[in-house]
Design a protein around this ligand. Structure first.
Ligand code: BES
Ligand code: MN
Ligand code: ZN
Length: 506
């Protein structure tokens, strides 16, 4: 069971010297002559000594540097927290604020109420600080037993201090930040949940549970129904596992809707590679291979909670990729949903097989836009590293996703799908093979997916493909508002994209 985070966000314009809290967060920047404590509304008398001893305290103001100090006279906080905003020039950028706020809150697990007094002269700045806090207030504790200080609960009450706190738009941005935080954190939890606990059937159950209080409809196609309807991609991948695959369709259809958006997510609950077995090290993080499905589910739920006037359908293509006597073999030919055949030359290129079924199913409903999200290729990381996601597909959609990502504070980079790669997927025995040119393998995978995007009113459906293989799972240290392991990346981009769809069609 995923419990929604209990974080409650508020804003205040009250004299910061009078606000009671467990911890008060102040900003420090890297000035040209050393660290500078930013004005927070506290008096010179209470912060003067602190401001002039920052360097000797070891405070640099660098991003991701968080220090805790005892409270100050003239402030009603038990603890003062200094969070770094980096160089002065970029210290007021929204993403800088989001990260600095997130880093502070992430370092305050075990604390209840926090007031953040970073520079917030605009509603947009309040929004960024609130979002960072909502994303930083996360820990994954299922299956752990509390020991002394290892398991502290995330912060439950955050107040953003700002002169515009009474602006009529503030309640809206705080509510949006809470919704985004819940959606991203629920995605993280699904990704973090081990494959012993999260497998196709339990993933489908979790999708139903998360949807329960919202106006969305969840339909689960089990293995019998998948067989009956010819979902050969999902079934082929799931064949080697004792846990049967699922296709979960989640629908949000508000009475007033101006656009129809379809989302398809890769939901491999564990990717061993199948008979084309991965080496042990390559498997360690493969519980994250269902991140795309978790993302599209939670983005839809956030859109529904926000009540956006667009119809959204999410398709979660869920299977476990295992080797066994019943597993599909390299050189098998499968028939995907809709009838096209695929030669499975490498069972580790399984994501594109389940996505093929999902893309065809989603296309049947004639959406205005079709987006898919997948931890599809190791080549994604080779191309863009661990923190930058890729977006491919039709030029205008691809660019619109990148623009939405920028507004959301996520890093998506546009990549092409070069024409010549398609021929590398030709097969002697089926309509297409599941592997082709290795160089630029991320784009080869996208060329494969493109074959399964359908037509609507005589033209191919506008399509975008998001490969989040690297950024979905943080193997390194936590940073900014990003924890270790599941990151929830792409949820905020999809929500921003949906918001843009609405505002562009008004
Ligand atoms: N799930 C992997 C891709 C992946 C790798 C995601 C590392 C996150 C981190 C995918 O199913 C896969 O195995 N892809 C193969 C494709 C190849 C066989 C053409 C890969 O990238 O090696
Ligand atoms: Mn694989
Ligand atoms: Zn995979």
């Amino acid at each position: 069971m995923i419990t929604a985070s209990d974080l409650s966000l508020s804003a205040t314009a009250k004299d910061v010297r009078k606000v009671r809290c467990d911890a008060l967060v102040l900003g420090v920047v890297q000035g040209s002559d050393g660290p500078v404590l930013l004005d927070s509304g506290l008096s010179e008398k209470s912060t003067g000594a602190l401001g002039s001893t920052l360097a000797s305290l070891g405070v640099s103001g660098r991003a991701d540097e968080v220090h805790r100090l005892p409270g100050l006279s003239g402030a009603e906080a038990d603890v003062i927290v200094l969070t770094g905003l980096g160089r002065e020039e970029s210290a007021t950028d929204e993403e800088t604020l989001r990260r600095a706020s997130g880093a502070a809150i992430r370092n305050l697990h075990g604390t209840e109420s926090v007031v953040i007094a970073l520079p917030a002269p605009t509603v947009a700045a309040v929004a960024a600080i609130a979002e960072g806090a909502a994303l930083g207030a996360y820990v994954y504790t299922e299956n752990r037993h509390a020991t002394a200080d290892s398991l502290k609960a995330p912060v439950t009450n955050v107040t953003v201090h700002s002169p515009v706190a009474t602006d009529s738009a503030v309640a809206g941005v705080l509510n949006r930040a809470e919704i985004l935080g819940r959606a991203v954190n629920a995605t993280r939890t699904l990704v973090n949940r081990p494959p012993s606990h999260l497998y196709p059937e339990t993933f489908a159950t979790a999708a139903k549970e998360l949807s329960r209080s919202l106006p969305v409809k969840v339909t689960v196609l089990d293995e019998k129904k998948l067989e009956k309807d010819g979902y050969g991609g999902i079934l082929g991948v799931g064949k080697g596992s004792s846990r049967q695959p699922r296709l979960v369709k989640v629908e949000y259809a508000p009475s007033k809707s101006i656009k129809k958006l379809a989302l398809v997510g890769k939901g491999i609950t564990f990717d061993s590679g199948g008979l084309s077995l991965k080496p042990p090290a390559g498997m360690e993080t493969m519980k994250c291979d269902m991140a795309g499905a978790a993302v599209v589910l939670n983005a839809l739920l956030a859109i529904a909670e926000m009540g956006l006037p667009i119809k959204v359908t999410a398709w979660l293509c869920i299977a476990e990729n295992m080797p066994s006597g019943t597993a599909q073999r390299p050189s098998d030919v499968i028939t995907t949903y809709g009838g096209r055949t695929v030669e499975v030359l490498n069972t580790d290129a399984e994501g594109r097989l389940v996505m093929a079924d999902g893309l065809v199913a989603a296309s049947e409903e004639n959406p205005d836009v079709l987006l898919d999200v997948a931890t599809l290729t190791g080549a994604q990381m080779v191309a863009l590293g661990k923190r930058t996601s890729a977006v491919m597909g039709d030029e205008d959609i691809r660019d619109a996703v990148a623009a939405a990502a920028r507004r959301a504070g996520e890093l998506f980079w546009t990549m092409p799908i070069p024409e010549e790669l398609r021929a590398s997927l030709n097969s002697q025995v089926a309509d297409i093979a599941n592997i082709g040119e290795k160089m630029g393998g991320m784009m080869t995978a996208a060329a494969f997916l493109r074959e399964f995007v359908g037509e609507s009113n005589g033209r191919t459906i506008p399509w975008g493909h998001l490969d989040i293989a690297g950024p979905a799972f943080n193997e390194g240290a936590a940073h900014g508002y990003t924890p270790k392991e599941g990151t929830g990346v792409a949820v905020r981009t999809l929500v921003a994209f949906a918001e843009d769809l609405v505002s562009n069609s008004k």
